[in-house]
Design a protein around this ligand. Sequence first.
Ligand code: C2E
Ligand code: MG
Ligand code: MG
Ligand code: MG
Length: 288
Amino acid sequence: VAKESSSDSFHFFSAGMYERFEYQVVIEEGLKQALSNKEFEVYYQPRLRLPDQKLVAVEALVRWNHPALGQVNPEDFVPVAEANGSIVRIGRWVLEEACRRAVDWQRDGLPDLRVSVNLSAVQFHQSDIIADVTRALEKSGLPADRLELELTETAVMADIDQSAEILLKLRELGVMLSIDDFGTGYSSLSYLQRFPVQQLKLDKSFVHGLPQDADAVAIARTIINLSQGLNREVVAEGVENAEQAQFLSEAGCKEGQGYYFSKPLTARELSAFASEKSNLPAESGSGY
Ligand code: C2E
Ligand code: MG
Ligand code: MG
Ligand code: MG
């Protein structure tokens, strides 16, 4: 009987759980050398103005080219990097890399693009983010108003007083601030008044059901109207088809990004995408 129960308890870890645990260990171990081995790469997803589809900005999205696992997406390693603190150094590298690229593109004659960088809550609250942003701007020579920083609601709501203070200092540097995945976090709307944030990114989960799903329509319209009322810009994430782009544009959303326009691109691909876009003859109609 004792034998049976001990073999039962052995099954406490299913094969799937063990694999997941092992995967976490591989990630955790690999993170130690990833920066010095230059395994990270920043991709850039175009963000277009609605409705004329002019390229106005890019979002920097980190990728990890792992020697054994291949390309690892941020969702699979950022939580681990946050837990062991390595996100601070990784995030600093992404910030400097993205600023440097934006200046390169400008030097190559591409139209002026803003570059948007995601900040982890850990970077925001537990490192000197003001110093890191200042240094990235100085090292690259990027004008502050060409840099945007994206923070999730969860990150800014974690410590509201500290957040308000840091956001104000970042704002004083001249960078633009966005709330990412808007509507999926705490959504304590009253706090929006306290934060010097210029932009809300409508989460892709609300864009997905547009324009058929009545609930998605109501939520998207409400967030767009709210932003207009508060004098904030709205960027729609996860725009996957023309119907969604058209709906958003007509509802008053000024900018969008998503697979319909382009997936995230390597720096080289972005450069080609941008010069192609700027060589296009001016569009005759709005397209919608
Ligand atoms: P996010 O900032 O909300 O970025 C948008 C995510 O949606 C990206 O996933 C992007 O590839 C994906 N996406 C873009 N267009 C579409 C679309 O049309 N449909 C759908 N279904 N998805 C689309 P990605 O690159 O895997 O990044 C996931 C998340 O990881 C990001 O979400 C962001 O929160 C985080 N992240 C990315 N780069 C960094 C970074 O450098 N630092 C930190 N702290 N977090 C990062
Ligand atoms: Mg983002
Ligand atoms: Mg988002
Ligand atoms: Mg997201």
